[in-house]
Write a protein that binds this ligand. Structure first.
Ligand code: MG
Length: 278
């Protein structure tokens, strides 16, 4: 085997992707004598339709692809600030106060939430978390935190292992609204993974044009399938939509339990060959 081939074989999928280049524009592949696609400015198999950008996947599963914004790689909190806790009102706006460990960040009780400096609307989010080990307390007092999309729409983080609680408050729930479809959670101290696809709501003032849509994979298992959110997270109430910005910070909830997070990255979503969604 020649050296380049051997190298490609050793690199596997990632190596193959690195070798790719975007197809040349105006090439002679495709057809112009085919019907137009409904509602689109393209023929079927149109040679002029833009090609998707080449993205280099991570070398290991769960890693950030080349077009992701890495929000936390285990080393610093430069993308994050502290916001007063949405639950206890503890803490204040200012520098992030959570504890950096070996490759992870840990909730410090009685401080604020952790919020990104960047604001996001539609995103793909990868985030890993683990519950305190040994576990302390029960139900909503055990390993409680949360991923608050746009600082409002909570995908619940809670110790999922032998920890009975109400169904719409367990790990993977859209808190207070939709229980997860399954509980694939790992035990205290073990790492869990959320891969979330979030579509921000569209509003015109206080009029809801389109609700927030949330899809969640929990340790690779689909637990929320394109669910419509009823509105921003509330406790013991029915959620409802109120006027909000088009984009806002991603927030990690401080529920006074020392939950850990690591490997957090996002990709902004939007069609490369279609207008931004309104
Ligand atoms: Mg929570």
């Amino acid at each position: 085997m020649k050296l380049p081939l051997l190298l490609a074989a050793l690199l596997g999928v990632a190596g193959t992707a690195i070798a790719q280049a975007p197809p040349a524009a105006n090439h002679d592949l495709g057809f112009k004598d085919t019907p137009m696609l409904p509602g689109l400015p393209w023929h079927v198999h149109d040679p002029d339709r833009p090609h998707p950008p080449v993205v280099t996947p991570a070398a290991t599963p769960g890693g950030a692809p080349s077009d992701a914004l890495v929000l936390f790689d285990g080393r610093d909190l430069s993308h994050w600030t502290s916001h007063a806790s949405t639950i206890s009102k503890a803490g204040s706006d200012g520098p992030a106060e959570w504890k950096l460990g070996e490759g992870y960040v840990e909730v410090v009780p009685k401080t604020g939430d952790l919020a990104t400096k960047e604001k996001f609307g539609d995103i793909q989010l990868h985030i890993e978390w683990s519950s305190p080990n040994p576990p302390v307390s029960t139900s909503q007092g055990r390993g409680n935190s949360g991923v608050l999309l746009m600082g409002r729409y909570e995908v619940q983080v809670l110790d999922p292992y032998n920890n009975p609680t109400y169904a719409d408050g367990q790990a993977g729930a859209i808190y207070g609204q939709w229980p997860p479809l399954a509980n694939p959670g790992r035990g205290p101290g073990e790492w869990n993974v959320y891969d979330i696809i979030f579509e921000a709501p569209r509003m015109d003032g206080d009029k809801l044009l389109k609700p927030a849509i949330i899809t969640v994979f929990f340790n690779g298992v689909l637990v929320q399938n394109h669910k419509e959110s009823m509105g921003p997270m509330v406790y013991r109430q029915v959620a409802k939509y109120v006027p909000q910005p088009a984009e806002d910070s991603l927030v990690l909830q401080n529920h006074n339990n020392p939950v850990r997070y690591r490997n957090i990255w996002v990709r902004r979503l939007g069609g490369y060959d279609e207008p931004a969604k309104k």
